[in-house]
Design a protein around this ligand. Sequence first.
Ligand SMILES: NC(=O)c1ccc[n+]([C@@H]2O[C@H](COP(=O)([O-])OP(=O)(O)OC[C@H]3O[C@@H](n4cnc5c(N)ncnc54)[C@H](OP(=O)(O)O)[C@@H]3O)[C@@H](O)[C@H]2O)c1
Length: 294
Amino acid sequence: MNTIAVIGATGEVGFRLVQALHSSYRIVAIVRNLGKRDFSCYPDVEVRYVADISKVEDLALSLVGCDAIVNTGYIWFAEFIHKAVLESQAQVRHIVFTGSTGIFTRLPSPSADRKLRAEAFIQEHYRFPWTIIRPTMIYGHKDDRNISRLVQAVARYPLMPLIGSGSNLIQPVLIHDLVKAYGTALFNARCYNKSYNIGGSKAYSNRELIACAAASLGRRARLVPLPAALVRCGVALLSVIGLSPISREQVQRFQEDKHIDLKAFITDFNYVPHDFEHGIEYLVHDLKAHGQLR
Ligand SMILES: NC(=O)c1ccc[n+]([C@@H]2O[C@H](COP(=O)([O-])OP(=O)(O)OC[C@H]3O[C@@H](n4cnc5c(N)ncnc54)[C@H](OP(=O)(O)O)[C@@H]3O)[C@@H](O)[C@H]2O)c1
């Protein structure tokens, strides 16, 4: 049985990946925070502690005996992982990275620049097969910090503010579709040395997305459009006194189209991710199961 190292195994994606893969592979869960997740229900999973991925010597030790790596942490770990694989002399035959479609932003973004540099590093330096999976916004569980907040706000408030016209496009990906993608990509020669964008099967305007979120609760969304320039001024003022709930960058990002082309993904992975109308049911179920929604 092949051994897969999962970097970031305590993360939202990483932990679900361990759950999904543990019956098909021997899993080495690489974690920096031993108390964060309970791996005891997966007795075959070996947990190895690395205080920080930048500690290359420790990371190298943790990779000994691994045949493949899935990095569900940040893509800019690529350089550390590369050094660690060479140092460990592990016979790694494939590595899957998690990128982000955030690299396609046209706004100035140090984070996008850093991710682009990491992708360039992978293409230039990795001498064994790699695959980059770039999710759009991830949703589908109570801690997704994105759509879960939207659903809770729609449930709580009779009116929802909308920045600008709400016509910009967004295509969030259900976490279960993303987790499935790693399993499909692993040791799949068709995916070697390629990058894939993954999102939901359809793009929605922000307005439509809020309407879907409301419909999933059996409601109709009542939207209050606010001129974008007014929101930017308000955010700038509130930021000065540290009271703004969102940043200026988030206001600008909200007004950017964030849809993607899924053709390459569907061809090579052979499945179509959920659209938002169906994917949101998983989120609503998770919120209700944890008492965060009535
Ligand atoms: N969430 C989104 O909407 C979204 C969209 C596009 C791309 N992505 C990418 O998808 C990936 C997974 O997302 P997620 O939601 O699962 O994130 P997450 O829950 O924050 O998980 C990140 C994981 O990386 C670990 N980690 C972070 N810095 C580390 C370091 N210096 N050394 C060792 N481990 C470190 C974290 O450890 P701890 O558990 O100890 O914190 C955690 O296990 C990330 O690369 C993110 O950039 C996310």
